[in-house]
Unconditional design. Structure first.
Length: 118
């Protein structure tokens, strides 16, 4: 069982940066692939970033590639999402997820809200 707690959301202007954090409970954090998803009001949940358990591979959709970076710190049981050059269309609730692979995410956090004003 893994519990995930996101933090770092907020209200920023377009062009600003934010770093989201996701703290995971348990001693098996290093075994899990991690990912970030987001959901804007009235829209479906959207994949944002993923990182393998080893941290050696990452994946992003074109909408955030070059602006967002996912990373993990196994010593702190934490995964991060560095978001640069934020745009109003990045406004959403961001969720952290964990699973045995990036295609099998079994655990989800409660989300942290990001609002980007124009």
């Amino acid at each position: 069982q893994v519990q995930l707690l996101e933090s770092g959301g907020g209200l920023v202007q377009a062009g600003a940066s934010l770093r989201l954090s996701c703290a995971a409970s348990g001693r098996t954090f290093s075994r899990y692939a991690m990912a970030w998803y987001r959901q804007a009001p009235g829209k479906e949940r959207e994949f944002v970033a993923a990182i393998t358990s080893s941290g050696l591979r990452t994946n992003y959709p074109d909408s955030v590639k070059g602006r967002f970076t996912i990373s993990r710190d196994s010593a702190k049981n934490t995964v991060y999402l560095q978001m640069n050059n934020l745009k109003p269309e990045d406004t959403a609730t961001y969720y952290c997820a964990a699973g045995t692979t990036t295609d099998s995410l079994n655990y989800w956090g409660q989300g942290t809200r990001v609002t980007v004003s124009s």
